[in-house]
Design a binder for this molecule. Structure first.
Ligand code: ZN
Length: 195
């Protein structure tokens, strides 16, 4: 089943989501929700989806950066972003600690449809969360995976990328690919008079 993705301005995107108990996670309702969120993310298509984006204030997000989507992108684009395939992951009640450098790339959100902007994110994140069975897991994410994790965890605490973006870089996705997509970040910032 495909879920409706709520757009910016909906209050659910601005509230703090509530954590789930192990029993709730194992319930047919949440197990079904995880599957529907996975289908909805594939259909969009997106590399992450948080429960508030489908109208539910729950600390649950799904992530996957599929190899078949990356194959159509230029290798230098992937290398610059340290972007590699990420298998399907379920993050419940996550806490993250960021590390590494702050790097800036264009980023979009399924709840701010049709736009993208330059957003600084850390290159590394350590994540502690529960998995789809309610078991505690920890992992280390880097590169684009770390960016996705930071974006999705932000959603669970009422933060959207537009709160962190360089406002002067906001672009429609059509204008991003037409004018800005191929430029290195330093050149982009110069042309956009950022900082
Ligand atoms: Zn988003």
């Amino acid at each position: 089943m495909l879920l409706k993705i709520v757009q910016i301005g909906h209050p659910v995107l601005r509230g703090a989501a509530r954590p789930l108990t192990r029993d709730q996670i194992r319930s047919p309702e949440i197990q079904g929700l995880i599957e529907w969120m996975r289908e909805t993310m594939y259909d969009a298509p997106g590399v992450g989806l948080a429960a508030p984006q489908v109208g539910l204030g729950l600390q649950l997000a799904v992530i996957e950066d599929r190899a078949d989507l990356l194959e159509s992108m230029p290798p230098e684009h992937l290398a610059e972003r340290n972007r590699k395939p990420v298998p399907f992951q379920v993050l419940i009640n996550p806490r993250i600690e960021t590390a590494g450098d702050s790097v800036e790339f264009f980023e979009g959100c399924l709840s701010v449809s049709g736009f993208a902007a330059l957003v600084p994110r850390f290159t590394e994140a350590r994540v502690d969360c529960l998995d789809h069975r309610g078991e505690p897991i920890s992992f280390h994410a880097e590169g684009w995976h770390a960016r996705i994790v930071q974006h999705e965890v932000d959603h669970l605490f009422g933060t959207v990328y537009i709160d962190r973006m360089h406002t002067r870089s906001l672009a429609t996705t059509a204008h991003l690919s037409r004018y800005w997509g191929d430029l290195p970040t330093a050149e982009l910032k110069k042309r956009l008079a950022i900082e």
